[in-house]
Ligand binder design. Structure first.
Ligand code: HEM
Length: 398
């Protein structure tokens, strides 16, 4: 008996078209409804579009390897480790990362993050109600202070990290004019990053210092220490800033959810997870099939490169009831794919969660309302999803 082979439906969808980039939720959502696996004709890779199939693929790293992906070109903005490794190499580097974000280290960060958040919110509200940009004046200002501090980076030039991140997340896509423009505008930031990763510039006890200590102990090489530090720099800024600012936007759009949070601050952690589901800072990840396989009933030949489209999966109606609604009591933690899934799940998620929780705790105590005062503008980016401006008014509690 022969089993019918179901080929992936073909699509002329271009995930990197400038029009698509203006509204990726709409367009990736439309693709998701075509099939769980779709062949993107223009580039020849396959897109995995739905929650269940992405989760299944990410669980099976032996078949869906991280060692290649669509558009892979060596790029100074994106180090290979740990994202493009499979076990056993990946197990080794990931264990070093997890040691750095251990419970003990997180406990040390906690007091500092909370204190900084409290000072920032006091400062913002010093003169009563204030109109500001939720992206620039709240999320970016906070993350650009606290995260480089725990990394142990010099204070001068930190704002360049935003340009660095912008290039990192636009390196993952076709090499068109948008890509080249981002590589050019990121070049001074890359220079700053390369210069500031040197062993001798890392402050004692910081994350950079701990990575070089792991090299001294022979757990990783000196080059790997440098690569991992660069990976953290690339992965930890824009994502967290976009995650926190997306959350502010979600609250500004849903005043009932802010009232609920003020009445039930025990939902703070759940609120951030729900914001990441609705507005995932990372749009997709890449893999390669190492053998012939099937996903969602669709054949995938060995050698196929794939995009795992987890932004669209965050609103998959097969997984989520009323998927577009931001509901902080949904308890989506551990169920959404916005931190990835499987062995490559985000190494820094505890840090991102702690930053968001600290800031939200400071805001919920002191702010009665978050009002939208203008139209938010989305950042145009291949892989990262976020806003470049969110005009809001913070109204202090009486
Ligand atoms: C809200 C904030 C964040 C989001 C949404 C996010 C998202 C993700 C996702 C989706 C992946 C999986 C990529 C894949 O499987 O292809 C990932 C991996 C990773 N993230 Fe994050 N991230 C965030 C914050 C951070 C922070 C703060 C750090 C560092 C402190 C970090 C470091 C990493 C690293 C090193 C990896 C690679 C892990 C591996 O390959 O095993 N991320 N992140």
């Amino acid at each position: 008996m022969t089993t019918a082979v179901t080929h992936a439906p073909s699509s002329d969808y271009d995930p990197f078209d400038p029009e698509v980039l203006k509204d990726v939720h709409l367009h990736d959502g439309t693709l998701r409804e075509v099939a769980p696996v779709v062949r993107i004709d223009r580039y020849g890779f396959y897109a995995v579009t739905r929650h269940a199939e992405i989760q299944k693929a990410l669980r099976d790293w032996r078949t869906f390897s991280s060692t290649d992906r669509p558009f892979y070109e060596p790029n100074p903005f994106r180090p290979n480790a740990p994202l493009m490794q499979d076990p056993p190499d990946h197990t080794q580097t990931k264990s070093v990362m997890l040691r750095i974000f251990s419970k003990d280290n997180m406990a040390k960060m906690q007091a500092y993050f909370a204190d900084s958040a409290s000072r920032l919110v006091d400062d913002l509200l010093a003169d009563g109600a204030v109109s500001l940009d939720g992206y620039r004046d709240v999320a970016a200002r906070y993350v650009l202070q606290v995260f480089p501090d725990v990394l142990g980076l010099p204070a001068d030039g930190r704002e360049l990290l935003l340009k660095f991140g912008d290039a990192v997340f636009n390196a993952f896509g076709p090499q068109n004019e948008h890509h080249h423009a981002k590589m050019r505008s990121g070049a001074p930031a890359l220079e700053w990053v390369e210069a500031n990763m040197k062993r001798e510039l890392q402050s004692d006890g910081g994350i950079g210092w701990q990575l070089y200590t792991a090299a001294d102990e022979g757990i990783i090489s000196e080059t790997e220490a440098e690569q991992l530090l660069k990976a953290v720099l690339g992965a930890g800024f824009d994502t967290t800033i976009f995650g926190i600012s997306g959350m502010l936007r979600a609250f500004a759009d849903n005043p009932d959810q802010w009232r609920l949070l003020r009445a039930r601050p025990d939902l703070i952690e759940s609120a951030f997870e729900e914001a990441l589901r609705v507005y995932p800072p990372s749009r997709f990840g890449g893999r390669v099939a190492l053998r012939d396989t099937k996903l969602g009933g669709i054949s995938i030949p060995a050698g196929t490169k794939l995009l795992m489209m987890w932004l669209g999966a965050g609103r998959d109606p097969r997984k989520w009831t009323d998927p577009d609604a931001f509901r902080i009591d949904r308890h989506s933690a551990g169920s959404h794919l916005s931190f990835g899934f499987g062995i490559h799940t985000c190494a820094g998620q505890a840090v991102a969660r702690l930053e968001a929780k600290s800031l939200l705790s400071a805001l919920v105590d002191r702010v009665e309302r978050i009002e939208l005062t203008g139209a938010p503008r989305r950042a145009i980016n291949f892989q990262a999803f976020g806003h470049e401006t969110i005009p809001i008014r913070l109204v202090p509690a009486g």
